[in-house]
Design a protein around this ligand. Structure first.
Ligand SMILES: CC(C)(COP(=O)(O)OP(=O)(O)OC[C@H]1O[C@@H](n2cnc3c(N)ncnc32)[C@H](O)[C@@H]1O)[C@@H](O)C(=O)NCCC(=O)NCCS
Ligand SMILES: Nc1ncnc2c1ncn2[C@@H]1O[C@H](COP(=O)(O)OP(=O)(O)OP(=O)(O)O)[C@@H](O)[C@H]1O
Length: 202
């Protein structure tokens, strides 16, 4: 892997990872969205498609081959064992795909960002130089997600939260913490981090 800084951004559902990553994108930083890539590989990688169908049934996909997210969400977000099975199928492939992506972008940019909801859970933080945890209290996250995803119930959101590590654990493992709950000014902090990473200062 070439020199350059690899920054991870993680946080629980609704913490504000994607919004913060939008800001890094605006600054011209390459951002890898592990969640979206996982979904793309689940459709484009025939081997993975076969494994998902064997584990969760043909209903995991619509007849046109697109992912039936609602069906799969219903399967995995209510069952810890099933979510482990899905993760074991998807995460290794995303990990390899990210390594290739980062190797390419680090030839052209001083630093890259990897956004992933599950980072410490999947141990993918180990290949990164700095991990930022975006934290926000649970009530506010639930409020924001109910507004963002009207199809999700409060019960489902709580079920997802239960399958992720807590903010406390995340904050303890991260190098940098961003409080995205109006208790600190986020944009000045992001600009300072951008300067730091651009200069390779860790
Ligand atoms: C099960 C799927 C199809 C449900 O899709 P849906 O559009 O309803 O939900 P979405 O992907 O937006 O996830 C909602 C939130 O749940 C959380 N989440 C997603 N996958 C997982 C998981 N495997 N374990 C725990 N939490 C998860 C994230 O905080 C995420 O933002 C989808 O989440 C999926 O394909 N997950 C497997 C890939 C994965 O592990 N992605 C997350 C980390 S890289
Ligand atoms: N500081 C904030 N003030 C108000 N709304 C916010 C703030 N941060 C994020 N939001 C909103 O809250 C919702 C959740 O944020 P976002 O989608 O970035 O979270 P996420 O961590 O990426 O969640 P997920 O794990 O579900 O993908 C979005 O609609 C976003 O616009």
């Amino acid at each position: 892997m070439s020199k350059g800084v690899q920054v991870g951004i993680t946080g629980g559902i609704g913490a504000g990872k994607s919004l913060i990553c939008k800001f890094f994108r605006l600054l011209g930083v390459p951002v890898y969205d592990a969640d979206s890539m996982a979904k793309e590989l689940m459709v484009k990688d025939p081997n993975l498609v076969g494994k998902v169908k064997s584990a969760f049934g043909d209903d995991s996909y619509y007849p046109d081959g697109t992912l039936n997210r609602q069906y799969l969400a219903g399967q995995v977000f209510s069952d810890s064992e099933k979510v482990k099975v899905l993760n074991s199928l998807v995460h290794p492939l995303v990990g390899l795909h990210y390594q290739e992506w980062a190797a390419y972008y680090l030839k052209h940019f001083p630093y890259v960002v990897k956004e992933a909801a599950l980072m410490f859970e999947s141990n993918s933080h180990k290949s990164l130089d700095q991990v930022i945890a975006v934290v926000c209290n649970e009530e506010e996250r639930i409020r924001r997600v109910l507004k963002r995803d009207p199809q999700r119930s409060e019960e489902q959101i709580k079920g997802i939260i239960a399958k992720q590590i807590s903010d406390k654990e995340r904050a303890a493992k991260a190098d940098i913490i961003i409080h995205n709950d109006n208790s600190e000014l986020v944009i000045p902090k992001l600009l300072a981090l951008h300067e730091q990473f651009s200069n390779g200062n860790l």
